[in-house]
Design a protein around this ligand. Sequence first.
Ligand SMILES: Nc1ncnc2c1ncn2[C@@H]1O[C@H](COP(=O)(O)OP(=O)(O)OP(=O)(O)O)[C@@H](O)[C@H]1O
Ligand SMILES: CC(C)(CO)[C@@H](O)C(=O)[O-]
Ligand code: BAL
Length: 285
Amino acid sequence: MSGLAIARDVAALRGQVAGWRRAGETVGLVPTMGALHEGHLTLVRRAKERCDRAVATIFVNPKQFDRKEDLESYPRSEAEDVRLLESVGCDLLFAPLDVAVIYPPGFVTRVSVAGLSACLDGLHRPGHFDGVTTVVSKLLLQALPDVAFFGEKDFQQQTIVRRMARDLDIPVEIAAVPTVREADGLAMSSRNRLLTPEQRALAPLLARVLNETAEAIAVDPTAEAAPFIAQARLRLGRGGFDKIDYVELRAADDLGELASLERPGRLLAAAWLGRTRLIDNVAVG
Ligand SMILES: Nc1ncnc2c1ncn2[C@@H]1O[C@H](COP(=O)(O)OP(=O)(O)OP(=O)(O)O)[C@@H](O)[C@H]1O
Ligand SMILES: CC(C)(CO)[C@@H](O)C(=O)[O-]
Ligand code: BAL
């Protein structure tokens, strides 16, 4: 028998989580946009390890899509998602059936984290992170879990969400989970299923180039990184990537933030195979 309950509105989500917390149980939240894979399931498993209850959310958030085509082609597979969540012991799924559950008529508020949202992915997907922080602040306040889990595959996202929770005094710990990869190194992502077989065969080059570039930079952290990055862009282009949005080295300071270019920490990239945009990042040093 399945232990997975499904909440379709905010009152049902709040009621269930508040009941658990009143009974002294801790709650972990895993926000997603569905089309679940092993990366998401790892987040749910972490939530179950750290907390008494795991709650997943599935909401394809229109506010974070800068391109209509990307929103329309975003994979959706709720029945299969429910089966996968049951298989890892998730306790509750919050999956609104209508966008108006999250954004009722008249909704005008925007949550925006300055600076961090304007670089890297934010530069190439205008408004994207404002959409993410607006919906994540709502989800955190709706569920009020003890811990919320985010994947390092979206490194900039988890950094921004942590800053937001801190700045707004949202009493939720933001936990990062390392990137889960396919056997050939490709970071798992819902968008991978949009790749043609030819593109799928090329895709692992992104992780390979990032890893090799990070190793080369780490050999001498005082050396100029620009030539290594130029070489990485060249390899991706020659390897079949159609467009490279960025390959950038950023510092990961002790807050895990993308603070400056001065100190190596994280190498991040976004590149296109046809109409599909892939992102990835690796630690340096
Ligand atoms: N390979 C992965 N390893 C660890 N966490 C992941 C991985 N893929 C996604 N996540 C995390 O799962 C959560 C939900 O992500 P999301 O639903 O956007 O899936 P996704 O696979 O990142 O899809 P896409 O990038 O195509 O939108 C985010 O916190 C994200 O960082
Ligand atoms: C955190 C999130 C669920 C907000 O819509 C989304 O950006 C995602 O899936 O990474
Ligand atoms: N995984 C981050 C959500 C997005 O690409 O819109």
